[in-house]
Design a protein around this ligand. Structure first.
Ligand code: NAP
Length: 338
């Protein structure tokens, strides 16, 4: 397999290098791309130094089987034709194509087969907050159709990229040294604070991030499910947390929900109130699964359940999900052009 990573220097790009190696993904040749900022930088992969190439409109993607792209929506839109022209499958982490009709939006635990129908040669990786939520929702959907979800997210700094994570470190250091914190990546100081805004506001008062959770969940689950989200940036470094409330058509008991989560691939149940066991971002950073805890019956609605979900958004919310899509394609006949 000839594999390309576009945006190799970024938070997600670096995670691709780790995940591909960790999972022994079959690679004969790996090509890394970036902008002029990182072109020429070398990254080690399986003992070999690989130099980042400048992403350009040329024939560099000839012979490439899969291109994992994580360089922002603008770059994905601008370079999609260049990347896919010779048959490379582009698995894109940006928001550029997620809601396009003829581009599948895939979470392997939920709708892997959608990846097989990709007329444009592009498969979109969903938004990180949506990925971890649908893995959990899908387990309950199998018990009874979910009508609606209310969710509040607690999103780590690294969700906004490598520089944003660095800004949180810097702000903490500056504040503890009695200095004025530098604020560049977020609208406000994030250290010792919460910011109830992720992405820009839309006309209905929800942010774009919140509307992604509404639309993407429906597309992935092929469902009329309604999702009302409040997305909040919190001063944790890595792994997003979500407080989820859902309403099903038929009542689902806590023990049925526990069993469903326990028996679902990709989910770890961590729910022992007596011994204070529940998922927390600090301990889940760098891990593959989606962790579920704090499961309880909603006090106000016979058909309601509440629970808490944590997952590493750079891993399962980005690089790992994309690599799992590629692994799924490898199990299917006739997917690659060579
Ligand atoms: P990041 O740390 O800021 O990295 C951005 C990457 O994009 C860098 O490697 C940068 O390369 C590259 N890039 C920017 N402009 C480029 C251009 N014109 N040509 C080639 N490469 C270019 O951001 P990130 O967090 O990794 O996010 C990357 C993408 O993944 C975004 O679309 C983001 O929405 C999505 N995503 C991120 C997360 C997350 O948790 N961070 C989760 C899911 C999805 P240079 O260094 O060379 O400029």
């Amino acid at each position: 397999m000839k594999i390309a990573i576009v945006g190799a220097s970024g938070a997600v790009g670096q995670e691709f290098l780790r995940v591909l190696d960790e999972r022994n993904f079959p690679i004969d040749e790996l090509v890394l791309f970036g902008s002029a900022r990182s072109a020429g930088t070398k990254y080690n992969f399986r003992g070999k130094d690989i130099e980042v190439k400048l992403l350009q409109h040329n024939d560099d993607f000839k012979g490439t089987d899969i291109a994992f792209t994580s360089a922002g929506a603008g770059t994905s839109k601008e370079f999609a034709e260049t990347i896919t022209r010779y048959g490379a499958i582009m698995i894109d982490n940006s928001s550029a194509f997620r809601m396009e009709e003829n581009i599948p939006l895939v979470v392997p635990e939920v709708n892997p087969q959608d990846a097989l129908n990709r007329p444009k040669g592009i498969i979109a990786n969903p938004n990180c907050t949506t990925i971890q939520m649908v893995v959990a929702l899908n387990a309950i959907e199998k018990l009874s159709h979910i009508r609606r979800v209310h969710v509040s997210t607690y999103q780590a700094a690294s969700g906004a990229g490598a520089a944003a994570m660095e800004e949180l470190y810097t702000q903490c250091r500056q504040i503890l040294n009695g200095e004025k914190p530098t604020v560049e990546k977020f609208a406000y100081q994030l250290a010792f604070n919460l910011i109830p805004q992720v992405d820009v506001f839309t006309d209905n008062g929800y942010t774009k991030e919140e509307m992604k959770m509404y639309h993407e969940t429906r597309k992935i689950m092929h469902s009329d499910i309604q999702v009302s989200a409040t997305c909040v940036r919190v001063p944790s470094l890595r792994a997003h947390s979500e407080s989820i409330w859902l309403e099903t058509e038929q009542p689902v008991t806590v023990s049925e929900a526990r069993r469903a989560f326990e028996n679902t691939d990709g989910i770890i149940l961590q729910d022992e109130p007596a011994t204070k066991e529940y998922p927390m971002p600090l301990f889940i950073s760098g891990k593959d699964p989606v962790y579920v805890g704090r499961i309880r019956k909603d006090l106000t609605n016979e058909n309601g359940l509440a629970f808490w979900v944590v997952s590493d958004q750079i891993k399962k919310g980005a690089a790992l999900n994309a690599v799992q899509i590629a692994e799924y394609l490898l199990t299917q006949p006739g997917q690659f052009h060579k």
